[in-house]
Design a protein around this ligand. Sequence first.
Ligand code: HEC
Length: 154
Amino acid sequence: MKRSRLIILAILAALVIIQFIGVDKTNPPVEASKEFMTLTNPPAEIASMLKASCYDCHSHETVYPWYFNVAPLNFWLKGHVRNGVKRLNYSAWGDYEPKKAAHKLEECYEMIEENHMPPKSYKWMHPEAKLSEADKAALIAWLKEQEAAIRAKL
Ligand code: HEC
């Protein structure tokens, strides 16, 4: 057999084998008493924007899409969820000290203002996560209000 054909076969075999590794798709339980929405009670449109644009990577309510079953894509996507939730976890909002919570809120609107979040690659696959200019303005204003309310009590 030609060497190039062997290499292609080896790559295909490797792709088949990594399909069996699998990544964990279970969500840790969500405690309502620590959950961002329970604690901040946002208007419905703000809540649905955050859920659609941020919660897959920044909470324990990740919805794993069908292509999450395809390796090596799933390793890369799981990395997003793991890193995202480590930096900002709406499911553990109640664990943040007020000063940290205020700082996280500030980071949230900065990320939205600068179009860093939600990430571009995420928006390709989740058109519903895209925020219009009006959406962004509403979200940023609400996040700033929350931050100011916390800082006023510091
Ligand atoms: C596809 C997954 C994904 C989505 C969706 C997503 N993020 Fe992120 N986010 C990440 C990852 C990964 C990081 C850490 C690495 C980085 O900064 O790129 C991060 C970092 C952050 C940080 C920085 C926290 C810190 O401590 O530095 C903030 C704030 C943030 N995201 C807010 C948001 C907000 C607000 C939304 C929704 C509008 C959102 N993200 C949507 C994956 C995501």
